[in-house]
Design a protein around this ligand. Sequence first.
Ligand code: UDP
Length: 368
Amino acid sequence: MGTYDHLIVGAGLYGAVTARRLKEAGKKVLVIDRRSAVGGNVYTENIEGINVHKYGAHIFHTNDKEVWEYVNRFSVFNRFTNSPVANYKGELYSLPFNMYTFNRMWGVATPEEAKAKIEEQRREIDHEPRNLEEQAISLVGRDIYEKLIKGYTEKQWGRDCKELPSFIIRRLPVRFTYDNNYFNALYQGIPIGGYTKMVENMLEGIDVELGVDYLEHRSEYEAKADKVIYTGAIDAYFEYSLGNLEYRSVRFENELLDIPNYQGNAAVNYTDRETPWTRIIEHKWFEFGKDENGNDIPKTVISKEYSSEWHIGDEPYYPVNDDKNAELYKKYRALAENEKNVMFGGRLGEYKYYDMDQVIASALRSHI
Ligand code: UDP
């Protein structure tokens, strides 16, 4: 028997919430992570007063009251509302698809005119959409598909829209109102002081060891606890014995600029195929351009986001939830069932395109 009841591998949201839950249930918990900081991919680092989202933009949003109340125990949230702008070859469009977008695209001003335009264009799909392209055209028509969806999606996923599952595009709302709020969520915001601070608060009073690669020191760490909660990639856990699952990885080019305002918005998506990055994030706008004392920040940090295919050794970000990978995941799942004292959780452990709130909900409600 080890010193701990539970060993948690991974100090991201799933690991931190599970650790907190177990601690509050009176268990002894050790959390380890191979990175040198906690937070997983929600990790933020303060640069010149700006909380930089080092592993990509994270905007917390949820309809789940319990999850919202839970995260608010560990941080106060600001009133940030995500309203990205799409840049298609210099033409700027509002996202998600709403009356501002339709007005810019077709010059229409009323919901009735916009609906008529979409109705006319979606007729080309006369059956149940079978892939992302058909789903997109049937939701918003070909013009929007060509200018705002096709290039962005193919860059992000490195696959043709005809080869991608339609659920990915159903994440985006389509609205016939003048409303640029990207998410249909009751609660939304960014933790004041950064996500890292929020995760540190979740882990308060819990033993954490950083810079430890579990898979390289498995027997040593297994011996420390009765049960393991593993939040890394499930195929890596099994040493890719059935072949690797596919992931998309992301690379960021960060720049600190000596100007106060680069693009006037937190997120600008480049939806053409030719621009090599998918989006540019200007981090200060997640907190309205102010530092923690409420002063205007004179500089700015931007991140260009490049999407790439994942290879062993890269950081996995997005699971590629197509049929082929779903099949392979099922086989890994079967192996996981045989690991009696190990539980798999989170975006990588469950190979699922989870949003932050879904990760937290799953960690709060899992049977541990
Ligand atoms: N999407 C798009 N154009 C955009 C933004 C999003 O076509 O300007 C589609 C695209 O298929 C993408 C999906 O919506 O894969 C989800 O995008 P989002 O940026 O919300 O995903 P995230 O990377 O934030 O999880």
